[in-house]
Each structure stands twice: as C-alpha cells, then as structure tokens.
Write a protein that binds this ligand. Structure first.
Ligand code: DC
Length: 225
C-alpha cells in the first residue's frame, strides 16, 4: 500500500512549503490539493460566474477536465484544465477567497476528492489541504495538523505577496482580515470542514523556522510509518 502523509491546516501555517520539502526529503510525490480548488475557482471566475452561486457553478463542473502534471525542470505541480495550464494564474489574491467559497459546494469537493484518492492510491505522496486526514484519506499512515497564530500567518502571506509584487495596495490588516474570513469559511462549511483529525499530530509553527518544522515533521513521519 502506498505511503500517504496528510498535512492539513489553515492558510499560512506553512503547509505547502513544508509539504514540498518533506516530499523532496522522502523522495515521494507532493500533491497540493488547495491548487486544485484554486484551479476550479479560476475557471469559474473566467466564465464570469459567482463562486458562491452553487446553482451556476454546478452546470460548469462536467465541462472541467482537470489533470495534474509536474514540471520536468523543477518538479513544480501544474494544474491543467481542459488542456490549459492555469498554474500561473491561481496564486492571485482574488483566487484565494474564491477557492474557499467554491470549495463549500459538495459536488466540487467530490469531484476533486475522487482525483486526490486516485493519485494517493497509486503512489507514495504527501498531500496538503484542509480535509485530507479527516475526509479524503481517513486511514493515512501519517496525519499532521499545521497551525500558527492568525497574525503570524497573515504576516507570512503579506511578505509573500509583497515579494511577488502582488499586494495591489492591500495592507497587513487587510490580509489579516482576509485570513480570518477564510479560516471561518473553511472551518464552518457543512461538508468536510477544516478541523483537527482525532489522530493527527498538532504542530504550532508560529515560533519555528522552516528547518525546525521540517525536522519535526520528518521525526513525526518516521515514527508513524
Ligand atoms: O491551501 P490553499 O490556500 O491553496 O487553499 C485554497 C482554498 O481551497 C482553501 O481556502 C479551502 C480550499 N481547500 C479545501 O477546501 N480543501 C482542501 N483539501 C484544500 C483546499
């Protein structure tokens, strides 16, 4: 049976950076499930549909053929929708909340969960998201919940957007406000909300640097395997 490592938590807790590093260290695949929801959100917005309008999003779903690829030069995950690589567009700030909103629709989740489970059944991988340990892979060998104080997570997002020149006039408090709104939405949806799995190891990264978190995660993974 393939090794599956589930890493869940709110935005800015360090999931994608750490999941990518952990997967590289273990020589296994990294699956960023948030990017899949972002891909759907991008597609929906491109069709000028409001991601909060389930009745308008649903008819679009059958027309979405999503494939996951990996760049041959740097191994970075690519989201391909109907043959178009949407990866360059899914990190925009407007996509973050749209992804959270569209992810409340059960049919959207079921479509992506099916793909996530298929990939996880075929290869050793680290998957990061919101519901991996609680819903997608309840029997994952390793489950970790990464967290950090909202102020720390907002500062990380602010620094990231600033470095990428994508702040578009937003202040730190705008970002903190968005982080809190997205946490609330992700934790309070009816279907597969973000929560700590009963058997997950909880790690607060607020006062840890990347190397410290990586060694903590490696230690947890080696104990649980
Ligand atoms: O991890 P991220 O910020 O790229 O995720 C974007 C949104 O997608 C997040 O706010 C909620 C949703 N998401 C989800 O509902 N379930 C997942 N497994 C991953 C992401």
């Amino acid at each position: 049976m393939p090794l599956n490592i589930a890493i869940d938590g709110p935005s800015g807790a360090g999931k994608s950076t750490l999941s990518k590093k952990l997967a590289a260290k273990l020589g296994i695949v990294y699956l960023d499930t948030g990017a899949m929801y972002r891909g759907i959100a991008y597609y929906v917005l491109e069709k000028s549909v409001d991601p909060a309008e389930a009745g308008l999003v649903l008819p679009l779903l059958n027309g979405i053929d999503m494939n996951i690829g990996y760049d041959s030069s740097d191994g970075v995950q690519q989201i391909i929708i109907n043959g178009k690589n949407v990866t360059p567009f899914i990190r925009e700030h407007r996509i973050s909340f749209a992804a959270s909103t569209v992810s409340k629709i059960p049919e959207v989740r079921l479509k992506l969960v099916e793909l996530q489970r298929m990939i996880a059944s075929r290869c050793d991988c680290v998957l990061d998201g919101r519901d991996i340990g609680t819903y997608v892979l309840p029997f994952a060998a390793v489950k970790i919940y990464l967290d950090a104080r909202p102020e720390v997570r907002a500062k990380r997002r602010y620094d990231e957007l600033k470095a990428a020149d994508r702040l578009d006039g937003m202040s730190y408090s705008d970002i903190l406000n968005d982080v809190n709104k997205r946490d609330y939405q992700d934790m309070h949806r009816d279907f597969a909300p973000l929560k700590v799995a009963d058997d997950a190891v909880y790690v607060d990264t607020s006062d840890m640097n990347v190397d410290e978190v990586l060694s903590k995660l490696s230690e947890i993974a080696s104990k649980c395997r």
